[in-house]
Ligand binder design. Sequence first.
Ligand code: MN
Length: 307
Amino acid sequence: MTIYITGHKNPDTDSICAAITYANLKKKTGKTENIIPARTGDINDETRFILKKFKTKPPQLLKDAEGKKVILVDHTEPKQRPENMDKGEIVEVLDHHNINFVQATPIPFHIEPVGSTCTIIADMYFKNSIELKKEIAGLLLAAIISDTVIFKSPITTEKDIGMAQKLAPIADIEDTEAFGIEIFNAKSGWDEKTIQEIISTDYKEYDLGGKKIGIAQVETVDTTQLKQRKQEFLKVMDSMREQRDLDTILVLLTDIIKEDCIAFIRGNSTENIAKTFKKEIKDNQMYLPGVLSRKKQIVPPLEKAMK
Ligand SMILES: [Mn+2]
């Protein structure tokens, strides 16, 4: 029997590394099934850099989940699952996000409120004394650093930091902070990218109170250049709204050094969103100081407001 492990659509580093490392863990614990790490989309620049550094091949592309058994990692949200997942079978879930999941049959379902899926997986390796190679430790560490924005994001927990400290020597990383900056630099080079490419780097869709909301997050060490391309952003956001039938679309420009966020907004729920965050939206723009996490600081309040 073949089982695929995959993260969310438009995969980030945590989704890719979780699929690879969890498949490795399943193999090491003697599961007889054929476990295949998979992805549902292209790998971004940051993840490419990390895979290269730890000499690991990208997971196989899973285009369609029809008739397939799948373990979902790093998401539960139906809109983020592989194509035709409803015609396949979800056999397990491992995640650290808000839960949007209904299934008639019981399955192993593991959710922990930590900073990254790879924190949960690292913990499993240590708890079960499973051999941890340098490459696997490196992927786990990189995903934790990426998802927690070098431990600065409010989603960061003691457990994330603890796991990173245990992983770093195995991965042969002396300075996690310096490694973190290396990771975030690999993501940049925004000026060479089209707006569509920038938005696609980390774009997720949510069903919030029956409304389809698209939220892109652009994590960067300097928002100056990106801000200058606002009109271009708004144009692309409008066409995405039309094409993807979105109620509202947000693009979050997150400055991980200043620890703030500029949000561009287009759509029917603009007023509602302004009220939710108690901010003024001027020229389709809202300023959110101290906001680094889409998962913890943007999605939950929106979910409440859309109800
Ligand atoms: Mn994650």
